[in-house]
Design a protein around this ligand. Structure first.
Ligand code: FAD
Ligand code: NAD
Length: 458
């Protein structure tokens, strides 16, 4: 056992951990970054980046399929190889983090590969291949453990060779059929990718609609698109039992139906093992799924937490946003406090389902005086011109007392890009009348914002 005194220890080097560790080391602190898997975390190796490469490939196929309606003939044969190769060679370097480790070390930080645990006030013990190392940082412990895929307690499931996102991004070949359990952003993105690459795809969602965290209008559009693309969608039903026999999965649902497929993707949410992280030594609840933090990411005396584990939106941009705030606070420069009112979220389906701020339901639950407006993308000038693949809508949620936007949803081609305008408006509480006075370029998709505002101010 070795003892080591340093200024800061960052446990978990996901996007937020890597960012905060680099900032502290660059500022001259002695920093140890700890990760038991890969520096960079889920996002570059198993999540955002490889899945968006899949989405890009699937989008190219879908666009080629629209040629007959718009531009002649195109013959396309889906092939997963270029996607698998890009993920292996360009995104993950075959799941090797040497470049990321070097990037951190170049800031002056020290990297230790191993599993970090809180083992007492101000103490982190890291289980490494060479044995335990104990650190007692003088200034800060930063926790960025991220999440693992949550596996629901469905009878028979655990003993089967199901996929989570981690196996799916490593796939060299695709199955001929798949059942996707869960239609949050992970399930929805994978389902459409698989289907567009020719996989017979069934989605099972326990909630009454796909993407249940967003606006119902968005769920409706995505369901229509999925169905039109040949995806079978079961909602409002859960898996009761899973069987794996003769290389096939059968998923028995509460509804009585039993979809069966060559592969099963479990995309039913995420989980953090706070007991393994030893948070009880801070007096925190180890059975919880999140660590509560204040506006400066402080979780306890001398301890900060950033990323998915804080429960403020499991996105890379949240984690990195929080990392900056935590680093400033640790360095004593901290004027910044977190403001999540304009948190953007994009499900990279086609059309993209993007949102910022509050949905109508959340705004009403929070007691705001609410008015909403919806405009359809196909009836906008650009949507009409675009024709094939123009499905979508813009929904606005306004506070009628303050005349500002509380939230907006954009379902559209490049919906995440259109969302940028609303993110500015929600963040800065821009008055509706001022928004309406803006000039929106013709004929862009974002010009539909003007129509939605007209609806709202009518
Ligand atoms: C399939 C999928 C697609 C996604 N797509 C997007 C997207 O397009 N855009 C977006 O913004 N977000 C996306 N996300 C979410 C995004 O991946 C996460 O929000 C992001 O990775 C931030 O997570 P984090 O910083 O909390 O930590 P993580 O990225 O989860 O990293 C945490 C790191 O800490 C390590 N670790 C954990 N515990 C310990 C310990 N005790 N000791 C040492 N190391 C430890 C882990 O091994 C890991 O390397 C996606 C998620 C999934 C699953
Ligand atoms: N584009 C992005 O920014 C992006 C993409 C993917 C994931 N993420 C983030 O990653 C996090 C995890 O995403 P996720 O989709 O895995 O989780 P999620 O919690 O958002 O969705 C999981 C879905 O599975 C359903 N479900 C749970 N148990 C079920 C069961 N037994 N049978 C059927 N359905 C069941 C839930 O109702 C829910 O809709 C999200 O919070 C999201 O913020 C972001």
């Amino acid at each position: 056992m070795a003892e080591d005194e340093v200024d800061a220890v960052v446990v978990g080097m996901g996007p937020g951990g890597e960012d905060v560790a680099g900032r502290l080391a660059t500022a001259g602190l002695s920093v140890v970054g700890v990760d038991n898997r890969l520096v960079g975390g889920e996002c570059p190796y198993f999540a955002c980046v490889p899945t968006k490469m899949m989405v890009r490939g699937a989008g190219a196929l879908a666009e080629a399929g629209r040629v007959p309606l718009l531009a002649g003939t195109a013959s396309v044969r889906p092939d997963w190889t270029p996607v698998a190769d890009r993920i292996r060679d360009e995104a993950t370097t075959d799941w090797d983090d040497r470049v990321a480790v070097r990037r951190f070390e170049d800031t002056g930080g020290r990297f230790v590969r191993g599993f970090g645990r809180l083992t007492g006030p101000g103490e982190v013990t890291v289980d490494t291949a060479e044995g335990e190392r104990v650190f007692r940082p003088r200034r800060a412990i930063v926790l960025n453990p991220g999440t693992d895929p949550a596996v629901p307690p469905v009878e028979g499931l655990r003993d089967t060779p199901f996929w989570t996102n981690r196996e799916a991004v490593r796939a060299r070949t695709l199955p001929e059929s798949v059942v996707v359990l869960g239609a949050g952003p992970v399930g929805a993105e994978f389902a459409q990718v698989f289907a567009r690459f020719g996989v017979d795809t069934t989605v099972v969602e326990a909630a009454p609609r796909v993407l249940p965290g967003g606006e119902p209008e968005a769920s409706e559009t995505i369901t229509e698109v999925f169905t039109a693309e040949g995806i079978t969608v079961h909602t409002d039903t859960s898996a009761r039992r899973v069987r794996h026999e003769d290389g096939r999965f059968t998923v028995e649902l509460d509804s009585g139906q039993s979809p069966s497929a060559e592969q099963l993707l479990v995309a039913t949410g995420r989980h953090t093992d706070l007991a393994a992280l030893g948070v009880s030594s801070l007096g925190l609840d180890e059975s919880a799924n999140t660590i509560e933090v204040d506006g400066r990411m402080r979780a306890a005396e001398g301890v900060w937490a950033v990323g998915d584990v804080t429960g403020h939106g499991a996105f890379t941009h949240t984690s990195v946003y929080q990392a900056r705030i935590a680093a400033e606070d640790i360095l004593g420069r901290g004027e910044l406090t977190a403001d999540y009112r304009a948190m953007p979220a994009v499900a990279f389906t086609d059309p993209e389902a993007a949102s910022v701020g509050l949905t109508e339901a959340r705004a009403r639950r929070q007691g705001f005086p609410v008015r909403t407006a919806v405009t359809e993308i196909p009836s906008s000038a650009r949507g009409w011109i675009h024709k094939a693949g123009n499905e979508g809508l813009i929904k606005l949620v306004a506070d009628t007392e303050r005349d500002i936007l509380l939230g907006a949803t954009v379902v559209a081609p490049l919906g995440g890009e259109i969302l940028g305008a609303f993110t500015v408006a929600v963040h800065n509480q821009v008055h509706l009348a001022q928004l309406r006075r803006m000039i929106f370029a013709y004929p862009t998709f974002h010009r539909a914002i003007e129509v939605a505002l007209d609806e709202l101010l009518d």
